[in-house]
Design a protein around this ligand. Structure first.
Ligand code: CA
Length: 228
């Protein structure tokens, strides 16, 4: 594979230089722009495989730059970096065309994992990969890969189907009967606790090691997968 070229737009010089050095150690070629217009200029004059954008830049901000890049090159992966981590900021980023989002401070390992994941999607010809996201949980419906905060989670086929169902119905209570019908393709049998058992399997893998618990029990009603 040819050298992967990354454009990094980041106005904080120390961060930019640390990220550049780290990414170069991973074998990537990195060009750094220190403001939005420099980023735009580099993007126009060189050919990149991936763009990393800080949002708060002195002139053209990351959202505007992302929109401009999307207009010119539909499929290039865009990863946004920001100190802002609210849901609104993330939504604005995704609406501006970002494929992924990292909130500062982040672990460098996580940045590399996200870069590789974005590049894999492009290489597989899946620029529009079917990715479901809730908070830092990501489900790739094509590759069946599940990650949380960039860490791979390995699920059985049934666990995957259950998680997919919960995520597709996020922020909505689903009853055990809904789950039994949709995931197990059976009518609800009160004599079995298979659903609770599988919910516990999922919690161990998806929630246990993370401060935010996504899968919640609604007593007497069922389960809900919630962003907050
Ligand atoms: Ca900045």
């Amino acid at each position: 594979m040819d050298e992967i070229k990354i454009l990094l737009v980041e106005d904080e010089k120390k961060i930019a230089s640390a990220l550049k050095t780290g990414m170069e150690e991973q074998g990537f070629y990195v060009m750094v722009a220190y403001d939005g217009s420099m980023g735009e200029k580099f993007f126009t004059n060189y050919d990149f495989d991936l763009v990393i954008l800080d949002i708060n830049l002195p002139d053209i901000n990351g959202y505007a730059l992302s929109r401009m890049i999307r207009q010119r090159k539909q499929n290039i992966p865009i990863l946004m970096l920001t100190a802002l981590g609210t849901v609104e900021d993330k939504i604005e980023g995704f609406e501006a065309g970002a494929d992924d989002y990292l909130v500062k401070p982040f672990a460098f390992k996580e940045l590399i994992a996200r870069i590789k994941s974005l590049l894999r999607r492009t290489a597989a010809g899946l620029p529009t990969a079917h990715i479901l996201r809730v908070a830092d949980l990501e489900i790739n419906l094509d590759s069946k890969e599940v990650t949380r905060a960039g860490n791979r989670i390995s699920l059985t086929a049934k666990e995957f189907q259950l998680l997919e169902y919960l995520v597709k119905n996020k922020n909505r209570v689903v009853s055990r009967a809904d789950i039994a019908g949709k995931v197990w393709d059976i009518g609800f049998d009160t004599g079995t606790n298979v659903i609770d058992v599988y919910i516990n399997f999922l919690r161990k893998k998806v929630d246990k090691d993370y401060p935010v618990k996504l899968i919640q029990t609604q007593i007497g009603m069922g389960y809900i997968l919630k962003e907050e």
